[in-house]
Design a protein around this ligand. Structure first.
Ligand SMILES: [Cu+2]
Length: 150
């Protein structure tokens, strides 16, 4: 049977790089398990920090990595697709390699829905995926069990 997938969470952006240009972005992410093990369907809402306007993105990608396991994973970024008739809302499918805490680097380039201000930023959202048991059942590398919590 597929690994139990019990966690659907809402996380606020907790960290971001300095804005590359224009307004900074904020992102909310809510992921749900799909029928496939380790595949998640994520709803992403992106707003401009100052104006709180939705951001209409020309491009939006999500790169997942595990903060507790540097260098262990190297997933390609997933492209997010806009949700029809919901400006600022996107869907992305993430194929992860294990349960545990992942940091989603959301890179967005777009404009605010109303004023059309440029928003180009990278936002990190941390999210727990799976059963909550950190690194349960993972198979690669050594020393992960001793990895310090961040
Ligand atoms: Cu890992």
């Amino acid at each position: 049977m597929a690994a139990r997938a019990t966690f659907a969470a809402l996380a606020l952006a907790c960290l971001a790089w300095p804005a590359l240009a224009g307004e900074r972005a904020a992102a909310k992410v809510a992921c749900e398990p799909t029928g496939k093990a380790l595949v998640w369907s994520c709803a992403i809402a992106v707003t401009a920090r100052k104006s709180a306007e939705p951001v209409v993105a020309d491009s939006l990608s999500v790169k997942a990595d595990m903060p507790g396991m540097p260098m262990a994973h190297n997933l390609p970024p997933a492209s997010a697709m806009p949700v029809d008739d919901m400006p600022g809302h996107y869907k992305a499918t993430l194929e992860l390699e294990m349960h545990g805490e992942w940091a989603l680097a959301i890179e967005v380039d777009g404009k605010t829905a109303g004023a059309g201000a440029r928003v180009r930023d990278k936002v990190i959202v941390k999210q727990e995926f799976g059963s909550g048991r950190m690194h349960g059942g993972h198979k690669h590398g050594s020393g992960h069990g001793a990895a310090p919590k961040q």
